[in-house]
Unconditional design. Structure first.
Lengths: 627, 122
């Protein structure tokens, strides 16, 4: 029953999309400046229908309706309610539904929120957005339909992968999708702007909040994914340069470059075509990411069961987007003579974009290169953390310094009258760095430079804050985001250099010592839970120097549906450091492999990212108030 | 001003002294080797038999006095380049290592070119 209802609603949404495109063209022919109320209504109905469709799917998961293949494959009646619901988007088909919902809702909101902009621009945006919506609806209907039924109806489902049964993972996909699917709306708007020659700063006004919204959610999505990886995957890191992590970073860099450039377009009416390129690029990169993940081309922790049909469909759709946008772009492109001064805010925004493109393209080639070598020379290579660390981190040093200096420059032309100020800040930064490694531990030159430059950014942003409070002209959003980024790099630097890691093989009852630490393996407990059994270790970690004792309880979990073994890390967090401990059994012996890590400043990395997005939110609210 | 120079020099010396006499970091090598039987994990993070064996081999090589890079090439020869997370700098991976710097330099040149255009006009 739900299967029929779902399919009906999907077809209905596709039909509504087609009629939106049709009526938009009709409306474009008319000379009046008003958009028909019909179009608003259809768009609203479309949003309602697609939401209803999604709720139908959620309902199927909640009541465990195994007549749907999708529910059968990804759910189980014994699963907790929260994970039944989050299971809806924890698989390929269901997550595509989430895609379409965001496409549709953004389309509707953009239509009603931009009343001050020309009719032609708004209608073309709607048309392009609906072409994208149709593309995804067809994909869902003919290749990845979550409502496909199965007969005879199975009694029980196969269950959701236990490592996905997690609160962070329940909200990770929706957040991330709001980010990279949200970028579709400024892709459509950019295409519309090209067609209608809407080429001045009011274009910047129409999309700037949308860019920020997608950026904020993209950042939060990445953050939540990273926190999840930290406590769930059990290796104690939070970023592995996994191809899928990279895929989420690529649009992030494009967005970051975009909203900086938008400021220049808005204030100085420059860089129009560059802004358009960035708008187009962001969404294209988002779809590229989806392609790489869903086609199963890349080896990654995120790979769903792969299917060549999906890959081919997304690839064709992606090519259509790329060629369509390139064609339209070059048809409309005309070289404009920008004249900007070497020492001005415009230049520093360009420099921001320069670095963003560097990060973006480096990560892009690192992610794609193994595919090329595999196809061309038949040799498989891995491009992993050492590559990115070696190429990217030295460049971050220069980037942070520009990031500190840039915001203080003025538009058009600037005089460097604050050189002494900068030198003082640099000296303070160096002194703090010196203190850190003098009192704690020394580290490499590169780490020194990174820590110095991040301190430089932090201090000079604080300095800006104090100055702007005096003038009562505070750009709080920018200052918060820049400071947080400085802190982010600073804490990552400390975390990287002051981590301790020990691999021990221990029996129950044993005690081992190293550095200032002593680990006591007290005992093991067996416990039965609703959907899994657990072997819980009881270990005591003691810092001998401080006499501080902590008990940690890592687990080995045995799930029944589907049958899997997972290792749960035990983590003790405080404001200075995390203790991180995992336990795994060694086959055919009474020994357990105990991995202990001390991760300093871990919580501050998360907090920095939260504040980074706080800056974004502040800017969004400020923009909304001004409009 | 003199004090600043002193501080800078001290820091510089501190850093230089750090380059020499650095021990091989076993964990770092584990982290840079892929566990071939797992999904996107390094042998440092994996508990598989394969990872345990490779760890033992690495320990042996360190005892034999091999350098970090020698260990990587040994592994790449034995298991294929797929095992090392740091792609080796050779003919095949040349573009991979060069491309980012080409982007960095050409981006900088494009920005500089903007100013030159401006200067010629005025």
């Amino acid at each position: 029953m739900l299967s029929n209802l779902g399919n009906l609603l999907l077809f209905l949404s596709a039909f509504l999309s087609l009629s939106l495109i049709y009526f938009s063209f009709q409306c474009l022919k008319e000379s009046q400046e008003l958009i028909h109320s019909k179009i608003f209504q259809i768009s609203l109905v479309q949003s309602t229908v697609i939401l209803a469709c999604f709720f139908t799917l959620i309902a199927a998961f909640i009541i465990s309706d195994f007549s749907l293949i999708n529910v059968y494959q990804n759910s189980h009646s014994a699963k907790p309610l929260l994970y039944k619901i989050s299971g809806t988007w924890g698989n390929h088909e269901g997550s595509l539904m989430l895609w379409v919902i965001i496409l549709v809702i953004f389309s509707f909101l953009f239509l009603i929120k931009n009343k001050l902009h020309p009719k032609k621009f708004r209608l073309y945006t709607l048309i392009f957005q609906n072409i994208i919506i149709l593309g995804f609806l067809f994909f869902i209907l003919f290749n990845s339909n979550p409502f496909t039924s199965i007969s005879p109806v199975p009694k029980e489902g196969l269950g959701l992968n236990p490592i996905l049964q997690d609160p962070a993972l329940a909200i990770h996909p929706p957040l991330l999708y709001l980010g990279f699917v949200g970028s579709s709306i400024y892709f459509s708007a950019a295409m519309a702007a090209l067609i209608t020659d809407y080429s001045d700063k009011s274009f910047a006004l129409s999309i700037k909040n949308w860019v920020l919204i997608s950026w904020v959610f993209q950042t939060l999505g990445i953050l939540v994914g990273s926190i999840w990886a930290y406590y769930e995957l059990g290796w104690g890191g939070f970023w592995f340069w996994d191809p899928v992590e990279n895929a989420s970073l690529l649009p992030w860099f494009a967005m970051t470059a975009l909203f900086h450039s938008l400021i220049v377009l808005e204030k100085r009416n420059l860089f129009y075509f560059w802004v358009i390129i960035l708008c187009l690029m962001t969404f294209i990169l988002s779809v590229t990411g989806t392609f790489l993940v869903r086609s199963g081309i890349l080896n990654s922790v995120h790979t769903f069961a792969s299917d060549p049909g999906r890959g081919i469909y997304i690839l064709s759709f992606l090519s259509l987007l790329i060629f369509g946008s390139i064609f339209l772009f070059f048809k409309k492109y005309c070289a404009k003579n920008y004249s900007i001064n070497s020492n001005s805010k415009e230049t520093f925004v360009l420099i921001n974009n320069w670095f963003m493109m560097f990060y973006l393209l480096t990560i892009l080639i690192g992610t794609l290169y193994p595919i090329f070598t595999d196809a061309l020379t038949d040799s498989k290579i891995s491009v992993g953390p050492p590559f990115y660390n070696a190429v990217i981190f030295p460049v971050v040093v220069a980037f942070l310094i520009f990031m500190a200096v840039g915001p203080n420059t003025k538009w058009i032309k600037n005089r460097f009258d604050n050189l002494i100020n900068l030198i003082i800040i640099a000296v303070v930064a160096i002194a703090i760095n010196f203190a850190i490694f003098y009192f704690f531990k020394s580290y490499t030159i590169l780490s020194n430079l990174i820590i110095i430059s991040s301190l430089f950014l932090i201090i000079s942003s604080l300095n800006d804050l104090i100055k702007s409070i005096k003038k009562s002209n505070i750009d709080l959003a920018r200052i918060i985001s820049h400071i947080s980024f400085g802190f982010l790099v600073f804490f990552i630097g400390l975390n990287h250099n002051f981590s301790i890691e020990r691999d021990l093989n221990m029996r129950v009852g044993e005690t081992k010592k190293f550095h200032n630490y002593q680990i006591k393996f007290k005992n093991l407990k067996l416990k039965d839970y609703d959907n899994y059994k657990a072997i819980i270790g009881n270990l005591e970690v003691e810092n001998i120097k401080l006499g501080d004792k902590k008990t940690l309880n890592p687990e080995i979990r045995i799930y029944e549906n589907p049958r899997t073994l997972t290792y749960e890390a035990a983590i003790k967090t405080n404001f200075i450091k995390d203790y991180y401990l995992t336990m795994s059994n060694i086959d055919r012996s009474e020994f357990y492999n105990i991995k202990f890590q001390k991760k300093p400043m871990m919580i501050w990395i998360w907090i920095s990212v939260l504040f980074l997005t706080l800056g974004g939110f502040l800017r969004i609210f400020k923009n909304a108030k001004n409009n | 001003m003199k004090i600043k120079i002193y501080i800078l020099t001290i820091i510089f010396i501190f850093n230089i002294s750090h380059i020499f006499g650095k021990d091989i970091d076993k964990n770092l090598i584990y982290k840079n080797l892929r566990c071939l039987v797992c999904q996107g994990q390094s042998i440092s993070d994996s508990n598989s038999d394969f990872a345990q064996t490779v760890k033992l081999v690495v320990n042996d090589l360190i005892k034999q006095g091999k350098s970090e890079d020698e260990i990587y090439s040994f592994m790449a020869d034995k298991y294929g380049e797929w095992i090392v997370y740091k792609p080796q700098l050779n003919k095949q991976n040349f573009i991979l290592w060069l491309f980012p710097y080409v982007i960095l330099v050409s981006g900088g040149l494009i920005i500089l070119y903007q100013f030159r255009k401006k200067r010629e006009k005025t």
